[in-house]
Design a protein around this ligand. Structure first.
Ligand code: ACO
Length: 325
């Protein structure tokens, strides 16, 4: 008997043209390239142009993913956009993406889980595809965090960047074992007791403003590695795979120290870890598909490889996904 799996057909990404280096930031806030690189591994980030909104970035990434999958936008019947920086409070930015791509059927909606957004969106889309209700989906992570940063707060403004990444998923019959292609397992968690450690101090229902990102960096750091390793161990338990079986580890790109510590604790070899935080900063829900696309484009990730994703972010939310390419 076969089962439906969500198989990745293609991947694409987009970064705004403007690059802001650590040195450039140090001209306006009291920081230094040395401090930022040592604490985070970040060297530069991309910042969206005036008037360039999250759905613009998402449409570029979606088009690139469709091209890499060799499929037409008209074949898409589900669009899930992970973002915490939507164009407007409503409608969902996903419908702007849908309209931008010229798609008029199926469903499109936003999903908000901050930096875990892409993993959450993969899990939700996988569930919908496996019901058979939808056939081919775009899962997108897109953010313009530059719009919610307090550019006078050196403890946060140096950490984030803008960008977008997308994958095309298709429901395909597979034999039903752990060697199948597609999403093999996903695990999502949240714990709202930590909601004030990383949040935005505004919103339509509370302040009627957009607000700025606030974070207790040290507290986030303290929880991150334990939460990440825990939810990855869930993925290993569910499939019987171990760290040694992983071909590529594509983590959320928040901080190089968190990435390295997590990989070390799990026993994943450093050469299997995909890192782009140095070039992109933390692009929240966009960081995983941006890193993923970099590793596909340079030929590291190939068909048949076992790829592990993880993310942790505001809420706290966290999650993992194990995918056979
Ligand atoms: N430049 C120079 N000095 C700075 C800067 C800066 N940009 N920012 C803070 N400092 C100073 C602080 O004021 C402090 O000075 P003090 O000792 O005189 O008080 C000193 O540096 C150390 O500050 P800490 O906050 O203790 O530094 P830490 O080593 O913890 O690094 C960091 C801070 C990089 C934020 C780290 O805690 C971290 O990465 N945390 C996790 C953040 C994260 O991953 N967030 C994303 C989660 S995903 C999401 O959902 C958005």
């Amino acid at each position: 008997m076969t089962i439906l799996r969500s198989v990745v057909l293609g991947c694409g990404s987009y970064l705004p043209e403007r690059v802001v280096t650590n040195q450039e930031l140090a001209e306006s806030v009291d920081t230094s390239d040395e401090w930022i690189v040592q604490r985070t591994g970040i060297r530069q980030r991309h910042i969206a142009a005036d008037g360039e909104v999250t759905s613009d970035l998402a449409i570029h990434a979606a088009r690139a993913a469709l091209a890499s999958a060799h499929v037409d936008a008209q074949s898409i019947d589900l669009i899930v956009l992970a973002t915490s920086t939507p164009d407007n409070t409503f409608p969902a930015s996903a419908v702007s993406v849908q309209a931008g791509l010229g798609v008029t059927r199926g469903a499109a909606f936003d999903l908000q889980a901050v930096c875990s957004g892409f993993v959450y969106a993969l899990a939700v889309t996988d569930s919908l595809l496996r019901t058979g209700a939808y056939a081919r989906a775009l899962v997108i992570g897109a953010e313009t965090f530059s719009r919610i940063l307090d550019w006078t707060d050196r403890t946060t403004c140096v950490l984030f960047g803008d960008g977008a990444g997308a994958v095309v998923l298709e429901a395909q019959q597979q034999p039903g074992g752990r060697d199948d292609r597609g999403i093999l397992t996903t695990h999502l968690r949240s714990d709202g007791r930590h909601k004030s450690k990383l949040y935005v101090d505004g919103g339509p229902s509370s302040t009627k403003t957009v607000g700025h990102l606030r974070m207790e960096g040290r507290a986030v750091f303290k929880h991150a590695v334990a939460m990440i390793t825990d939810v990855i161990e869930d993925a290993f338990r569910a499939t019987g795979y171990t760290a040694a079986d992983i071909d590529w580890f594509v983590p959320h790109q928040a901080n190089k120290r968190i990435i390295d510590d997590s990989a070390r604790r799990l026993g994943i070899a450093p050469e299997k870890v995909v890192t782009t935080v140095d070039l992109h900063g933390n692009t929240s829900a966009a960081s995983i598909p941006l890193a993923l696309n970099a590793a596909i484009k340079d030929g590291r990730i190939k068909k048949g490889d076992l790829v592990l994703f993880e993310a942790m972010g505001g809420g706290f939310t966290w999650g993992s996904a194990l995918v056979r390419w």
